[in-house]
Every structure is written in structure tokens, then in C-alpha cells.
Design a protein around this ligand. Sequence first.
Ligand code: ZN
Length: 1024
Amino acid sequence: MEFFLPPNRASLPRNMIENSMFEEEPDVVDLAKDSTTFPALDPDEVTYEPRSSRLLVRGLGENDMDDDEEDCESSARLLGMSFMNRSSAHRSNSSPYTRQAPPRSCSRPSSRTIVVCVLFLVIVASVTMVFYFLPGCTFTKAGCRKPNKTNPMEPVYPISTNGDLFPWAQLRLPQSIKPLSYDLTLNPDLDKMTFTGRTVINMSILHSTNRIVFHVGLKRIFCVLMNKLFTFFFDVTVLEYKPRQQLAVNFSEELKAGQYCVLTMEYSANFSNAYDGFYNSSYIDEDGNKRVLAATQFEPLSARKAFPCFDEPAFKATFLIKISRKKTYMTLSNMPKAKSTNLSNGLVQDEFEKTSINMSTYLVAFIVADFTPNTKNVSETQVSVYSVPEKNGHTEYALTITSKLLEFYNNFFDINYPLKKLDLVAIPDFLAGAMENWGLITFRETTLLVGKKSSLLEKQVVASVIAHELAHQWFGNLVTMRWWNDLWLNEGFATYMEYMSLQEVSPDLETVLRFRALDKDALNSSHAVSTDVNTTEQVEEMFDSVSYEKGASILLMLNASFPGDQQFRKGIIEYLKQFSGLNTDTDDLWNSLTQVLSTHHMNVSQMMTSWTSQKGFPLVTVNLMGNQVTLTQEHFLLTSDNTTHTSSLWNIPVTYVNDSCSLAPECRQVFTLKNKSDTFKLSKNVTWLKLNYKNTGFYIVDYGKDGWSVLTQALISNVGVLTHEDRASLIHNIFALSRLGRVPFRQVLNLLKYVSADTETSPVTEALLQLNNIYRQLEKRQESNLASRMKNFIMIKFRNLMANQTWEEEENVSKQELRSALLEMACSLNDENCIQQATSLFKKYMQSNGSLRIPGDLQQTVFTVAGQSDETWDALFNIYAHATYDSEKRKMLKGLASTQNPQRLVQILLSGLSGSLIQTQELPLVISTMCQSFAGCLFAWDFIQENWDRLIEKFPIGSFAIQTIIKSVTFQSSTQAQLNKVQAFFSGLKERGSQMRSVQEALETIKLNQRWMDRNLPTLRRWL
Ligand SMILES: [Zn+2]
């Protein structure tokens, strides 16, 4: 999965702004307590376990299976059952969301449509097994209750919905059963916003057991059927534990290892009106009509909301999917369509080929919509890009770049993409940036569609997201992490490959490596790349910059430790081939790479484990005496009181260049620092060393007082003495060291003396980002005098460079990036010239009635300036309301959200929450934009406190959307009063979010800001 990158350089890590998932509690009837809805069963039939569900279990042959559906219904009639569902009646009726609300069918028990039915059938593979079961069917209460309370070693079992003990006490499912294949039949009704489904799971028993535990996140409860008509039948109990969305089918007799069985379930549910599970979405077509569609988003924990399943990445199986639809719709799924059949009810049923490979449940996907494709054959694969019909003209670029990337990856990994087709679909309502479902990748419109006139910078966004998702077809889909604790194996690789592949495939995009995980990983609240994950919230929290960007960074560092790219490539090909179709953990990767890459100098496994098993990263201090170099490492740990120390050591491939050879790759030398401290000799005396050549290592370097002075002097004499990546890393490192309290801020200002002479994108944007952060903190402390002096300081440093920027179309990507950063900054600091130019461009744009295109990289600056005055805000809002092109629309929204007008701020926030004029998926973007200013952030903070429960209804606790919201609203706070407020609010949330890592991060960050300000305010007053 990919997050969508905000054009918000000042606050958030690149490529990440929001997460995709939204979870709802499953809404299932409490069988024990809801006596009014529980069917009146014949007492004979429920003798042994009156409060448990009873299921039909029979031995059956092929023919019996075909009768399942009929069995379910006729049995129900026979027993006079009313199927149970009280769920919707308990939910609020005042849903504010624009998505079509599903009908409350469950509150009308007479309707056939509310009938919810589950039929469990265990097919015993052999007659032997059937006969084995029959005589043994003695059922006692004791037999159903597993835990022995007298044994202190027994786990503590939770209580099921019906009050009985649930027989499984862990988040992860037991390993005794292995699902082999799923047959899914889905009947979505886009008018009623409901679907019915039938799931048949073929399973193999790996270890003898008397229960099957799996996941169900569907809202409707199973009815309980029993029927004595069948020859082979015995009773079972069904228990549910809602907090983990687990269902247990308990048998009184053991299922024996080596046997096979089949579980069949039928169910119905409403479409999710969030962004996960099988959810409904809509868009307004060219004629102003509302068109509805349904799509899926399952990663990480939502496949269970569309069909009952073993919803963990390690339970791979094959899938055969059938979906019915109206003739005016089309359907898509992971595999190509095998056939379409006209049904008697006038609908069409599409059947897809059975998946040719085993697949994890989170990668299953299906869509019912009226999209149109743009198709091309690439090698053995048919590639199609789908969009709503009127945007089909915007699919060409995606099709071209996908074709190139597919060929690149086929060759690079030396394994061909294994499916016959690859669909990329732009979904109008989609929270994540994109999702790598095998063969059916889903995207936001912004991350897939670009017009012909779009700038290279806009194309870079699309190309990067496609490159990321395509890389997942190998890293993630073909070889999958065993559990979410190793999510980085998916996301770190995909993030790394997006840069690596585009540098080869489309060098014109000038994609540069710029991962930003150091700041987060410097906090005590950070976590190891591979870390324990024991709750659903922790699963959500793994989707963060440590898994994505630190994961990518350590791969980059490993690759950079070898001469050339080929050795690393050989290593990952070996890994992919060795584990193709399987699940792995981090050790498997390092062991594979060790076989191919290790030399007598370096043991890959030993080296990389130090980076994946410990949180944080090292600070390397260098001391140069003539030709003797001493390197020392320690944990770069930001704590507000400097009391925490760790003994962590890393195996660091330290690279360095020196004053006589500093630019070309041949200048680079490597020394592996494994101990706390080590010394080596250079072949000759040098004036200075620059460590971490081109910033490819995941560490920070301190050169000591003299070292920094010499480097600063060298840059002042000649900016080009270091590569632009090295200059950017010096700027980043010195600000970080100032934050650590290791370097006085005077030293930072000293280095910045050279910056006015720098004209390259990465060092300039790094300096702007760091200075802007201090400026915003001063503003939020209401240190207006100092803030305005800081503003002047920034303007003086960059005025010339800002004035040199043009307002015409610019071809070069790097120049576009530089220009947009500089002008956004200039206008936000009220530079007159900038504001005048932007205002005049906006006027021309309005007068042209949309026919004039503002250059893509200038749009944000222009729309943000337009958002500042009441008159142009209204005009912009009007254009926004009618705009169709998603990437422009988001920039307009940022412009609107940057207003200082309180009424409008509130209006935007409430619209975002209700999803009326502003899609709810944009709420994290709105909040992070507002939080750039003091006034905006106050409103956002009030809004978050007042609407917290509704926010976590929309975005799961721990998800990237929630992480973004918390970070945006806190990360520039630096006073005790602000800290107290944040602490009071979050600690009061208890199970509604107080345990989140992002809350700890926020508190640590405020304390660190506070410490930095206390120390450096006098310096700022003196120097600015
Ligand atoms: Zn991803």
C-alpha cells in the first residue's frame, strides 16, 4: 500500500499523508442475551448447549454441496426461524456521510432481504471419517469448555458474545488448520447498498483439533440451523469473540491431522460506508448524475468484512470468485474473467479464473462499477488502466509508464509477472494512495490519472506510486511477510524500488532518493523495523515511516555498501526465487542475502540485523588528527532530559570522501564500524572528511567544533566542493545535532552562511524546511517579534533565489520542485512580489474560465494566495466545487484550508467530517494544512477534541490518517501550556487511543521543542 504524498514539504515525510483503513466493529447478535430475536428452537434440538449456536455438520458428497443454499433456506422455513440481526437498530440513524446509506433492512424482520444465514458444513473427506464421527457424538458442556481453571499455566480465555468462554486466547489464529482454497460467490446490490455472499473454504487439518477458529467481520449474525433430514450430522457449538473478530466452531470430536474438510457459509451484509472491506463509493458524472460503485480495500484486516476467512498473511490459498451484476455494470477481480452467465433474475454472473497461485487474503479484490479501460499488451500480460468514462483520456500516461515498469521488473527480478492480466483502477473515493491487490491495483484518481498537459512533477507522483505498487507484485504478493511485524519486507522494498526503477525507466523524472525517517526514529517512542505486533491497533501502527522509509533507507545503505548494483540485485533475485509463493520473516531475507553477498569483510546477516532488530540509529562522531581517523558511535536518542542511554551498537558501513577527492563515486571509501569506537589511518593527511557520501547511510554525523568549521569554510569558498546530497545531509545533520543539544545554534547559523550561494533543490529545500519549522514554532508561541525576525532571516537568505524564479511553464523537474518550494515559502511569508504575481495569475485563470492552465508546480502557491482573501476564497471554492481533476482539486483544497477566516475554517472542517462538499478522505490533508498557521491550528485542535469519536469511526485507531492528524496538530508546539493540553486530552481517551505510539511521539516532540526553545531563544534574540 502506498500513502499519498502531500505537497506539504514543511511538515510531513515525503510520500506519506494518509492511511486507508477504517474499521467498524462487527455487529453481531448476542445469541445469549438477545432473547427476543433468538429463534425458538425445539427443545430437543438444543439439549446440550442451550446458549450456543448449533450447526449442521454432515458428511457429504459432491451433490450435497450443490444443495447448500436451498438447505439453508428450507431448513429455516422448517424451523420457523427468523434470522437475526439487531445490529443496525443500535446504530445511529443520523449518518452524515454522503455515501448512500444502506437500507435498515434488519429492522424489518418480515423482509426476505434481511435473512441472514450461515450454514456450516464440514465435509469429511472420507467415509471412514464420517463413521468415525458418528458413534462418537456425545456432547457435554464440559466437552465444549476448554480452559481448566485450576491450571495456572492455561491462558486466560476471553468471554464470547454469548457469555461462554471463547476457546482461543490469541490475536493470531491457531496453526492446526490450513485453508487451501476459497470459492466466493458475491451478489452485490448497488441500489440497496447490500450484498449477499457464499463462501466455501476447503481446508486441510495439519494438527488434530476439535475447533476451527477464523475471522468474521461481517455485520450480520449467522442464523443457526439444524436439520435432522441429513444422514450424517452432529452438533457443534459456534462462539464468537468480537474484539478480535474471531469465530470458533467447536466440535466434540477431533478432526484428525491429514484429513480435509469444507466449511460453507452464507451471509448478507451492508456495504461498508467507510474505506475498507467491501465498500460503496460514488461520483458525479458529466451530466450531473450520481453514479455508484463498489470496491474493496482489505489490507491489513478487512478481508474478513467481505467474507469469512483466515485473515492473516501467512494463510495463503487459491480463490475462485463469482460476482453478479446488472447488465449496465462491469466487474473486475484479481484474475481474468472466465465466463459470464445470464441469471434468471435478469442479472449477469461473472466468473473469474481460479487464482493460479496461492495468495494472502489481504490481496483479494473485486470491483463493480461502470469504468472504461485503456489497454495494451506487454510481454505475456494484458495491462489495462480503468477510470470513470469521462476521465479515460487521462489514463494514457499511466498505461505507458506501467508498460515500461513491468518490462523493467520482469527483467530486474528475473521472474516474470505471473498473471495474464494487470489492471490499474482509479477509484473516485479512496483513502490510501494505492493498494497492490494482485492483478487489480487500486488507486486514488490523483495517483493514477494525469492530463496530457500535466507537468513532469505531476507525472513523477503517478510514476512513483505505480512503481511502488508494481514492485509489490513481487515483494509482498509473490513473497509475503509472515506477519505484520515484518511489514517492512513489503513496504521498505516497494519504497526503495520506486526510486530505483524510475531512475532506470524514466530518468527525465529525476527521481531522487529522499527518505525521511530519521526524525521519527530519533524519538524514544520509535520502534525497531521488525517489532512485536500483538493488537489490531499495533497492526495499523506498522504503516508508518519506519516500515516504509527506514526500511527503504537500510536497503539503500546495504546496496551502497557494494560496488555497483548487480551484487545486491543478485541477492534479492535469490531471495525471491527461494521463497516464491511463500511467507518469510526478516531473518529469511538476511540469510538469503548472506549466501550471495557476504565476503570475509562483511557478514550481511550480522550487519543488517543490527539495523532491523533495534530501534533508532547511530550518531557517528569523527575525529581527524592528521591522517588518523577516530570514529565513535552512540545511539542518537532525543530525550527531553537526556537521561535515557542505551547500549545499542550498529554495524555501520561508514562511507567517506575527503577534500582532495569528494565528488565522483570513485572517491568514496568505506570503513565498517562495529564497535563503540575504532581508529584507522588514511594514506595521506587531509584537511577535512565528509562522512556518509551522498547521504546513503542511515546515521547522523558530528564532525566536532573544528570539523564543522572547516567544512563550513570549504563550502563558503566553493559550494560545488560537495555533491548536493552531501550538502543537504550536512544541513539536516547540524539541525538534528542542535536539537540533541550537541551543537550550539550559533554553529547552525554559521553553516547557513554558505546557503545563499546554493541553488540546488535538495540543500535549499532542506534548509527551507528546517528554518520554516523554527519560524512556525515561534509563531505558535506567539513570539511575534522573533517570528518576524526569523521571517526576515529566511527572506534574506533566499531572496535572490526567489526573485530569480519564473512564473511560466518550466520543463525541468528539479527546477519545478525548487521553484514551488521557494515560491510557496515566499508567498507564505507575505513577500509582496510573490503575492502580486500569484494574485495576477489567479485572476487570469478565473477570467479564462478554466482554459488557462496554471503550471502544475505553481498551482499550490497560486491557490494558497487565493485562499487568503475573502473575495478570491469564494471564487476558488466555486471552482473547487465543480473541478473534476483530482490533483488540481487537492491543491485548491489546500488553498481553501489555508484561510485565516474562523468561519471558513470551521466550515471546511465540518464539511470534511460530513463528507458533504469535501470528501472525508481529505480530512487529514485539511488538518495538516490548517496546522501550518497559528489560528488554523487552534481551530483544528478544538475540532479534533470535539469530534474524536467520529474521527476514529472514520479512521482506525493507530492508522496513518490518525497518525497524520495527531502529528500535524502537535509537532510545532513548544510550551508547557500546550503540552498540558495535549497530555490531558489524550490521557483521557483511555482505550479510544491513549496508548497509540503517535501520542507518545507527540508528547516527546513537544517536550523537545520546549527544551530547544528554552536553550536557544537567547541565541535567536541575539543573532536574528
Ligand atoms: Zn506499499
